[in-house]
Write a protein that binds this ligand. Sequence first.
Ligand SMILES: NC(=O)c1ccc[n+]([C@@H]2O[C@H](COP(=O)([O-])OP(=O)(O)OC[C@H]3O[C@@H](n4cnc5c(N)ncnc54)[C@H](O)[C@@H]3O)[C@@H](O)[C@H]2O)c1
Length: 409
Amino acid sequence: MEENKVGVWLIGALGSVSATVITGALAIGKGLISSKGMITSTDAFSNLGLVDVARLRFGGCDVRKGSILEAVRQGARESRAFDPELVGLIEEDVQRIQPYIQKGTNRNCGEIINTISDPACKEDAYLIETIETIRNSIRFFKQGNGVNRVVVVNLASTEPLLKFHYCHGDLDDFETALKENDVDAIRASTLYAYAALKEGCAFINFTPSNGALIPAIIQLADKQGLPIMGNDGKTGETLIKSALAPMFSCRDLKVMSWEGFNILGNRDGQVLNHPENRETKIRSKDQTLTKVLGYSPHSKVGINYVPSLGDQKTAWDFIHFKGFLGATMSLQFIWQGYDSILAAPLVLDLVRLAELAMRRGEKGVMPHLASFFKSPIGVSEYRLYEQFQMLLSYADHVRKDREKMRIVN
Ligand SMILES: NC(=O)c1ccc[n+]([C@@H]2O[C@H](COP(=O)([O-])OP(=O)(O)OC[C@H]3O[C@@H](n4cnc5c(N)ncnc54)[C@H](O)[C@@H]3O)[C@@H](O)[C@H]2O)c1
């Protein structure tokens, strides 16, 4: 087993973000593209001992039928964001991943995810059996790739909100609910997070699905001595909100309304077009303004599915604010980005930082990763600049630790 190879197990491996993560990592590893967009490749994160992107090995699961090569090809074709010929240069490496893409579970994922799933996924296995199946898939991946450290990243479609269940607050109660096959207590993301931690993996929830990091799962991470973090990657409209909203406070301008309207066309958009899945996303997006401003302006976020847009996301925001002498003014912005292109480098940064945390024996929530998430768990700081300072301070701390170790040795 080579110590310096690291496993990345992607839930939703055939999806657009996963395909872009794999394409980008393999292309970086082969020296075909630069790592532009990855903050961990900048000078501020040098000398931390982060794993090389070339040392990452990929596997995962999905509920849809399909091959990883087709997903990667489709990603390049549909995003229209980069030269599709790049795929030809990494094809063989992509094919090597195929045996490690296993069937996932769509347990309690709602109607729209059932519709896109392979019918073979409609399982009625006991919860503990499903957990065992996920653990077996991770073990198979570890053995096949000779990796002993794995970061599991949830990149599956957004689930409907998981409602509060008494067992969520306590690990013992939660494990009893699993044994009693209490399916109302979980969504698929809960089972994945539980299985990943039991299998000794770090866990990142890049989705807004609130079933993944319930308090019982956070307790399990502490107990297992493993790092976790989420929720919901911050890549577009909310990223801007967290950078821009503090400006209004700095000038004592009162934000009265902040309306946002998003249109997107990929499969994520198709799933979010479904009201119960959209609610999960909107809840996750909603908190930023209140946390940053300290009050709640009138604010609504709309998400519409426009198939012809593919991976291109457009967000239009209108901000109505009041200043000196009660004068009312407004600001509007339009953000146009490729959703998966914005998300993939963040996923690679998170994998590298989670793996570093694992090696350093850090456990539980990783607050220093707040800047990557729309709803960072265990963190009350929502301002982007301050969140980024938390990451830089962590990097300094790691660097000093490494320096001390060097002197001692
Ligand atoms: N900029 C971004 O793209 C961005 C930002 C933040 C969060 N996210 C979240 O990341 C996730 C992935 O986005 P995407 O654009 O790749 O979506 P996608 O629809 O292209 O991919 C999701 C994949 O997950 C699979 N899936 C669904 N339920 C599953 C389950 N229970 N188990 C295993 N696989 C399952 C689907 O079959 C699909 O292949 C979404 O939840 C999205 O909201 C994306």
